[in-house]
Each structure stands twice: as structure tokens, then as C-alpha cells.
Design a protein around this ligand. Structure first.
Ligand SMILES: Cc1ncc(COP(=O)(O)O)c(C=O)c1O
Length: 304
């Protein structure tokens, strides 16, 4: 990880190395934290954070779903702090990670009386699944680990503890020599990847699993809007595992992974094993949008 100078930590800008917590931090033991992943991009007008308000909105929704009460900062303060941390570090392009967590002073599974704290870090982070993956596609494996049932850990909230499910699937895929895991829900239908939503292309149309059982990804939403603007039909529907194997194209979306083509699933080539035309078109349009080169979607960029 590339270290930078400062982190916003409980309302103050502090040196990177000083943003640390006590060993008995509640969220460290029980996963009782909520977080976001946001990206800032270089544009002609300067660094701009992509869909900042939407990310902060989701952070607060995650906190509400997780049952956090009396958050120490409001949305406006988190928005300002996210911009401040980018500016103070003089970053032109970066990943931004806000987190609300229960701090030191209370152990046990309940959170009654536990103190909520917050931090926001920003640092340069290149292609999450590698430049090669973005260009030529990645190899994915359908995981033996199911996406958690929506009534066990809620799928619309980015609750830290829930990510154990993702880490297990990701490590299984890496250990087996793949780049990413595709997770099925508890009914056996395609849900999402460990930190990305998934799309397939069938006869020029985009298909993606319904929101009911997956994180409502902001990149997913951006792709749907960009595709529809181009007259590409998008269907949010049930996707069976075998539809992955017969798809013409497949790509995954996320703030970290952006638009990454999938070239192989379970040792079967997707299409001809190369990123397809629709994927490449969406990828190009998306990169134009995030870099402020598409007037229609300029409203998604917040200058720091
Ligand atoms: C499980 C999961 N699905 C999908 C996504 C993609 O969401 P977004 O596009 O908002 O980054 C993420 C990343 O936040 C995620 O963690």
C-alpha cells in the first residue's frame, strides 16, 4: 500500500502513522463497523470525487441498517472531510476509505454504550484486479461459499464483519489459481463477486442480478444509466449459473475494480475468451465519465 502523509481521524487531520486504535477496539473484535470505498479521478478541472454524495448516503444507510445510533458526524461533515483528506495529501487520483467504528472501552457483543468513532483515509490505488485484468479480462471461479442470506447479514449495508464471507470466497479463488470469485446466493442464483457486481451480455443486451440480494453498487447503477443512455437494453433479473457459461460476454463492476472484463469462468472461455464489444464500449464510456469527459454525467463529479 502506498502511504501518504495524513488521515482524517475523529475530526482531525493527523499524520498517517498516528491514526491507530487500541487492541480492545470493539469493531476489531466483532466486525461492528461500516465503511465505504470511493474514488477520486483526475479531470481537466482538477481532482474530482465520483458520486461522493451517493457514497456518503450509502455509508449512513449502512450505519442505520447496522443499528448505529448517534453518529458523531453528519453527512455534510463526512463529505467535507473526504475532500479535505484528498486536498491535504495533494492527491490527484486516489481511493478514499471512510469508516465508522466502535472504539475502545466496551467489550461483549452488544454495542450499548460503545463509543462511535470515524476515520477517512485516502491513498493512490491502481487497478484493483491489475492493469492486465482491465485490458484482457480476468479468470473467475464460481465459489463454493454462498453469499450470505439477506436475512443473516443485510446485503445493502457495507458492514465490515460481513466481509468475512467475501474474504473466504476470494481466498478460495486465489488459492485455486483464479483472480476472483463469483458468489451464488442461498438459492443457487448468481449474486455478485466478493467486492463487485456482475453483468453478462446476451445478444447485445445487458443482464445483471436483481438488487434484492446484492449490494446496490454505485458502479452498477452508473453502468445501467450509461448503457441505457446509449440505447443498450439492461435487464435486472434472475441469473442461473449456467447462464454465466453461455454468456457472450461478462464483466464485473465496482469502485475498486471499475469495469473489469471476465474472460474465463470455471475453465470455460467467456465468448472467444477476449473482452467483447459491449464490454469494451461500456468500459470506454465509463472511463470518459469518471474523468469528466462526458458532459451528460458531469453532475456525478464533485471537485475537491
Ligand atoms: C459486495 C460488493 N458488491 C458490489 C460492490 C460494488 O459497489 P460499488 O460499485 O458501489 O463500489 C462492492 C463494493 O463496494 C461490494 O463490496
Amino acid at each position: 500500500m502506498k502511504e501518504v502523509e495524513f488521515i482524517w481521524f475523529n475530526g482531525k487531520i493527523v499524520p498517517w502513522k498516528e491514526a491507530s486504535v487500541h487492541f480492545l477496539t470493539h469493531s476489531l473484535h466483532y466486525g461492528t463497523a461500516v465503511f465505504e470505498g470511493i474514488r477520486c479521478y483526475k479531470t481537466e478541472k482538477g481532482p474530482a470525487i465520483f458520486r461522493l454524495e451517493d457514497h456518503v448516503e450509502r455509508l449512513f444507510n449502512s450505519a442505520k441498517i447496522a443499528g448505529m445510533k448517534n453518529l458523531p458526524y453528519d453527512k455534510g461533515q463526512i463529505i467535507d472531510a473526504a475532500k479535505e483528506v484528498v486536498k491535504k495529501n495533494n492527491l490527484k487520483e486516489c481511493y478514499i476509505r471512510p469508516l465508522f467504528f466502535y472504539g475502545y472501552g466496551k467489550m461483549g457483543l452488544d454495542t450499548v454504550g460503545a463509543k462511535l468513532e470515524a476515520g477517512i483515509a485516502a491513498w493512490p490505488w491502481g487497478a484493483y484486479l491489475g492493469e492486465e485484468g482491465v485490458k484482457n479480462g480476468i479468470r473467475a471461479k464460481v465459489s463454493s461459499i454462498s453469499r450470505h442470506h439477506p436475512n443473516s447479514v443485510f446485503s445493502q449495508a457495507k458492514i465490515s464483519g460481513a466481509y468475512t464471507n467475501s474474504t473466504l470466497a476470494k481466498m478460495e479463488a486465489l488459492d485455486a489459481g483464479y483472480d476472483e470469485a463469483i458468489m451464488l446466493d442461498t438459492n443457487g442464483l448468481v449474486a455478485e463477486c466478493t467486492g463487485e457486481n456482475i453483468f453478462i451480455v446476451e445478444k447485445g443486451k445487458l443482464l445483471t442480478p436483481e438488487r434484492s440480494n446484492v449490494l446496490a453498487g454505485i458502479t452498477r447503477d452508473s453502468v445501467i444509466k450509461i448503457a441505457e443512455d446509449q440505447g443498450i437494453h439492461v435487464s435486472e433479473c434472475k441469473i442461473k449459473r449456467e447462464m454465466l457459461y453461455s454468456a457472450d460476454e461478462c464483466f464485473i463492476t465496482g469502485t475498486a475494480a471499475e469495469i473489469t472484463p471476465v474472460r474465463e469462468i470455471d475453465n470455460r472461455l467467456v465468448g472467444n475468451g477476449k473482452p467483447g464489444q459491449v464490454t469494451k464500449k461500456i468500459q470506454k464510456l465509463y472511463y470518459n465519465v469518471i474523468h469528466g469527459r462526458d458532459k451528460k454525467f458531469e453532475k456525478w463529479l464533485e471537485l475537491v
